[in-house]
Design a protein around this ligand. Structure first.
Ligand SMILES: [Zn+2]
Length: 124
């Protein structure tokens, strides 16, 4: 669980954020969101699928043109892709004004191998 105000990682039964003091409202519906990670198909792209981790937990494997969805909360999340060129880590801030985050991968020749979009935050 992460603070919806500052993104601080919190214990499950904390009532207040230890960093910024924001009160945790356990019943706020807007805390639960869906993150959609899309791997766009690129003409130069490699078809090798790569695993996707969010906050250290494997949420799926992406091949070209594929998508994974994960249920999570507002706040900061660490998105990690494990691909041939090494692990790519990206911090994303999922907030009410979330905008699309795009991460481009480069292959050894400097070509863009694939790009991944983190998009479509849906409130339940
Ligand atoms: Zn906080």
């Amino acid at each position: 669980m992460f603070c919806t105000n500052c993104g601080n990682k919190m214990k499950k039964d904390d009532s207040f954020c230890t960093e910024c003091g924001t009160k945790v409202n356990q019943n706020t519906e807007v805390k639960n969101v869906k993150i959609r990670v899309i791997r766009e198909k690129k003409a130069m792209g490699f078809a090798i699928p790569f695993p996707v981790y969010i906050d250290g937990e494997k949420v799926g494997t992406l091949s070209n043109g594929a998508m994974v969805e994960v249920d999570t909360t507002l706040g900061h999340h660490l998105v990690e892709f494990v691909c041939a060129d090494g692990n790519i880590k990206q911090d994303v801030d999922i907030n009410k004004n979330h905008e699309c985050v795009e991460i481009k991968f480069r292959a050894c020749m400097g070509l863009v191998a694939a790009s991944v979009k983190i998009t479509s935050v849906e409130y339940k």
